[in-house]
Write a protein that binds this ligand. Structure first.
Ligand SMILES: Cc1ncc(COP(=O)(O)O)c(C=O)c1O
Length: 364
């Protein structure tokens, strides 16, 4: 029997009464766009992270795009970011006519290497965008300090994979100027379609992002700025709300499962993504590093263990982006892209399935 890579079915079964009731409440009141669940979710998520404002939106990609739009990013601007991420991080920068400036990553976490950021800053730099890869934040204090030194550059945390993670006891999404997350179904906190949220403590940015979310509208049919159709559906907000009570338990489960993987893999001498002592990861992905990846993936699949690669090619080597940066200027990201392989991970993963995964991995 194949072990699920992410077990959304078991999660739904555990929450079925709450989720079904939440969906039916929306069907009964019929306010599918900007219904009461939208504000209720925003208030709860803001309280969870400690941020003053939460603005839900159509996806994690839209959260990043709306953040850059609120900061007035446009042609000629440069955004310092990582190439070892999902394409959306760089895509939104290029969509606005700006340029992603790719900085190499740490070899043990895959996160942007804060020590290399200053060398990438120019007079055109308008923001720094670290990604909290695999559910663990980058060194946000170091990044914020560099940003402060260079004219208070805004820092946008791409926290699509890290809602629920902490950095020095503070919640991911509330570690810098703006935090952006995703509720894509496979994320640590997922909805049943597309969804996302933006967090900030800045009143002016929050107001701008609320307007951008509804076509730049400040009052009905008064379009003060250029915006997008970027709202999150009421139904999706209701689903996330129904999942919130269980979320703390899920985060704890993920930590325990991640730590069990760590112990078993260390004993077996298999390289893995490392966690820093001042952070807690939500293990959006549990990722090892292997040299014979293709053959191993094939063998594991035959043994009922699905795997995935996040990400096989750094963005500065992708056809649509390679002209923006020297493709070979981030050798660490390139090396990791050749080796990373993610194992099944979800709050529902049982000890026996985890042991089966490890046995399959170690089989000669
Ligand atoms: C690092 C990162 N950024 C952005 C996104 C985009 O989020 P969404 O799929 O909700 O648009 C994702 C989702 O896969 C992601 O992993």
């Amino acid at each position: 029997m194949t072990i699920p890579f992410i077990d959304l079915k078991t999660q739904y079964q555990a929450l079925k009464p709450e989720i079904d009731a939440a969906i039916h409440r929306v069907l009964d009141h019929g306010q599918y766009i900007m219904g009461p669940e939208v504000k209720e979710l925003e208030d709860k998520l803001a309280a969870f992270t400690g941020a003053k404002h939460c603005i839900t939106c159509a996806s994690g990609t839209e959260a990043l795009l709306m953040s850059l739009m609120a900061l007035g990013i446009g042609p000629g601007d440069e955004i310092v970011t990582t190439p070892f991420t999902f394409v959306a991080t760089a895509e939104v920068i290029v969509l606005l006519g700006a340029k992603p400036v790719f900085v190499d990553v740490e070899p043990d976490t895959g996160n942007i290497n804060a020590n290399l950021i200053e060398a990438a800053i120019t007079t055109r730099t308008k923001a720094i965008m670290p990604v909290s890869l695999y559910g663990q934040t980058a060194d946000m204090d170091a990044i914020n300090a560099i940003a402060a030194k260079h004219g208070n550059l805004p820092v946008i945390e791409d926290a699509a994979q890290s809602f629920g993670a902490t950095y020095k006891g503070r919640q991911s999404c509330n570690l810098s100027t703006i935090g952006c997350t995703s509720f894509f179904p496979s994320k640590p906190l997922g909805c049943y379609g597309d969804g996302g949220a933006i967090f900030t403590n800045d009143d002016v940015l929050a107001q701008a992002m609320r307007e951008i979310r509804v076509h730049g509208q400040s009052q009905r049919y008064v379009h003060t700025r250029v915006g997008v159709g970027g709202r999150m559906d009421t139904l999706q907000c209701a689903i996330v709300l129904a999942k919130l009570d269980r979320f703390a338990w899920e985060v704890q489960q993920r930590k325990e499962i991640g730590q069990r993987y760590n112990q078993l893999l260390d004993k077996a001498g298999i390289a893995r993504i490392q966690q820093r002592a001042d952070r807690t990861s939500v293990y959006a992905q549990y990722t090892v590093m292997v040299s014979n990846r293709e053959a191993l993936q094939k063998r594991l699949a035959e043994l009922g263990v699905p795997t995935a690669v996040h990400y096989p090619v750094p963005l500065n080597e992708q056809p649509a982006y390679r002209h923006l940066c020297c493709p070979d200027c981030t050798p660490v990201a390139k090396g990791m892209a050749n080796k990373v392989m993610s194992l099944p991970m979800s709050a529902e993963l049982s000890v026996s399935d985890q042991e089966q995964i490890l046995q399959s991995l170690l089989q000669p």
